[in-house]
Design a protein around this ligand. Structure first.
Ligand SMILES: C[S@@+](CC[C@H](N)C(=O)[O-])C[C@H]1O[C@@H](n2cnc3c(N)ncnc32)[C@H](O)[C@@H]1O
Length: 356
């Protein structure tokens, strides 16, 4: 008898963990020599959720649908960060076999199963709604503890009880959702509680918008496809969107510094305006859309890890490198290779390793 699938209802940032899980499963199915996560494939099968729906960030759907049409698997690619994290964790636990490893904003990430040496203690920390889903799908194995709390609530630090052989933390796809002041507060909390501990996480740089990257990389014909797709997708969204969201979009457009503005607030005005935008302006608009549907928050973006050591002198930078560094490209198609090279050359997204 087929097992009932687990229904998943999440909103806001928590919902994004499904995209990460899906990305890892996709990579594992298509490019298993690059990255393989059997648990991710299993989990995707167990979840009753349509990845094409996303109430909080409608334009995420649009980007995803364009990626599908042009066979640009952007989503899967960023989850390759997991391969880099795996290497970092494995290196650390070789030296510290009984370490505690804390996975901050764990979502449905299954790094533990890929790196476990039989001795480490593992902690998966996320918000209660996510930990509840995690528990239903993946009951806590031995030596693994789930912590259902916000990463900004310092009380979780006291739950990390096995600290004699060091504490190593990973945070994949977490900090770029928050404002700088919150991230600063998080790092000072780490320094207060985990002297000698290490953390590896990924960041986005200020030039990190992936939509803009695709516009730069693809051929002129594909760029035209993107433009057309985008207008069609937004038109489709417009038909379904609640009035409040349409107003939000119009308000956002009003704040953009662009030479021309739509004449009115109806779809026909928007469409006419949209078609006049240059590729560069369109990228700017997409960036604004994304920000606006994230509650207008200017999220944390950083170029150089030393910005963190300037905030708090207790940190040392051990490493910082572009997200796709040393990942073999031979088995990938040309667009993917170009996207990875483009990202790395501009350091659009990088991995940072710090010690307290
Ligand atoms: C993009 S997902 C990444 C999930 C996971 N690290 C992965 O790579 O699959 C971001 C995660 O951060 C979690 N998150 C957001 N705000 C949080 C908070 N205040 N405290 C703990 N986790 C949080 C979300 O619930 C979500 O699981």
């Amino acid at each position: 008898m087929q097992q009932d699938k687990v229904k998943v209802q999440l909103s806001g940032i928590s919902q994004t963990m499904l995209g990460c899980l899906w990305g890892r499963a996709q990579l594992s199915k298509r490019y298993s020599s690059l990255f393989y996560d059997e648990k991710a494939i299993e989990l995707v099968e167990k979840i009753d959720y349509d990845l094409s729906t996303s109430d909080d960030e409608p334009f995420q759907d649009i980007r995803r649908s364009i990626s599908h049409k042009l066979n640009l698997p952007e989503f899967g690619l960023f989850t390759l960060r997991a391969r880099q994290f795996d290497e970092k964790v494995k290196t650390y636990i070789e030296e510290h076999p009984r370490a505690s490893v804390v996975n901050i904003g764990a979502g449905l990430d299954t790094t533990f199963y890929r790196v476990d040496n039989g001795l480490i203690h593992w902690y998966d920390l996320d918000l209660p709604a996510v930990i509840d889903i995690r528990r239903r799908l993946l009951p806590e194995p031995d030596r693994v503890t789930y912590i259902a709390r916000s990463v900004f609530d310092p009380s979780w630090c006291k739950d990390i009880s096995y600290t004699e052989d060091g504490v190593f933390m990973i945070a994949g796809g977490v900090f770029h959702f928050f404002e700088e002041a919150q991230v600063k507060q998080f790092f000072s909390m780490l320094a207060d509680n985990f002297h000698g501990g290490e953390i590896v996480f990924n960041v986005l740089s200020r030039s990190g918008d992936s939509f803009g990257a695709w516009m730069d990389i693809v051929s002129p014909e594909q760029r035209d496809v993107i433009r057309t797709e985008l207008v069609d997708a937004i038109k489709d969204w417009w038909k379904r969107a609640p009035q409040g969201q349409k107003e939000k979009l119009n308000d956002m457009i009003a704040t953009l510094e662009l030479p021309k503005k739509p004449k009115g607030k109806a779809w026909s005005d928007l469409e006419a305006w949209w078609n006049q935008l240059s590729d560069k302006e369109m990228t700017e608009v997409m960036r604004g859309f994304r920000r606006s549907f994230r509650g207008g928050v200017d999220v944390w973006e950083v170029e150089d890890a030393h910005e963190i050591t300037k905030w708090d002198g207790r940190f040392t930078v051990i490493d910082q490198f572009p997200i796709f560094k040393n990942i073999p490209r031979d088995s990938l198609d040309a667009n993917m290779r170009r996207f990875m090279d483009y990202s790395d050359e501009r350091a659009r997204s990088s991995i940072i390793h710090l010690r307290v």
